[in-house]
Design a protein around this ligand. Structure first.
Ligand code: THU
Length: 133
């Protein structure tokens, strides 16, 4: 699957985002090694700290389906006019399941797509020694 197609899927699923508080609709499309694409959106709550990001939504959905091998992740925030990269918590969670060279694409509602490797977004991973493979 092409990067642009994966990003388009992330943008499409962002329309399902439940984000009445931030009004920041984010979608994530996780391409799995088996070719499946698992989608996720951010899901907010009136107890603000309980919001879950699109990226973690997609990852937990994949794991729940028994899928643990991932090839690429695309993130699209359709309410931003700049590329929205994963938050710190999501960087930690994604890093649990992918290698250092895992590609992460991110984009706003239009324009530029940025691609970074996991290790660029989450350098000096102090806990990598604890990682179970
Ligand atoms: N959010 C995501 O879902 N992914 C990101 O990469 C950035 C932030 C969500 C969390 C919250 O619902 C809203 O965007 C504003 O932070």
């Amino acid at each position: 699957m092409k990067k642009d197609e994966l990003i388009a899927l992330a943008g499409k699923v962002a329309q399902n985002s439940y984000s009445p508080y931030s009004k920041f609709r984010v979608g994530a499309a996780l391409l799995c090694a088996n070719g499946e694409v698992i989608l996720g959106t951010n899901v907010e709550n009136r107890s603000f700290g309980l919001a879950i990001c699109a990226e973690r939504s997609a990852i937990t959905s994949a794991i729940s389906r028994g899928i643990k091998d991932f090839s690429e992740l695309a993130i699209c925030c359709i309410d931003a006019d700049y590329p929205v990269s994963p938050c710190g918590a999501c960087r930690q969670v994604i890093s649990e399941f992918v290698d250092a060279d895992f590609p992460i694409h991110f984009k706003g509602g239009s324009g530029e797509i940025i691609t970074r490797k996991m290790e660029e977004l989450f350098p000096d991973d102090a806990l990598s020694e604890l990682k179970k493979n």
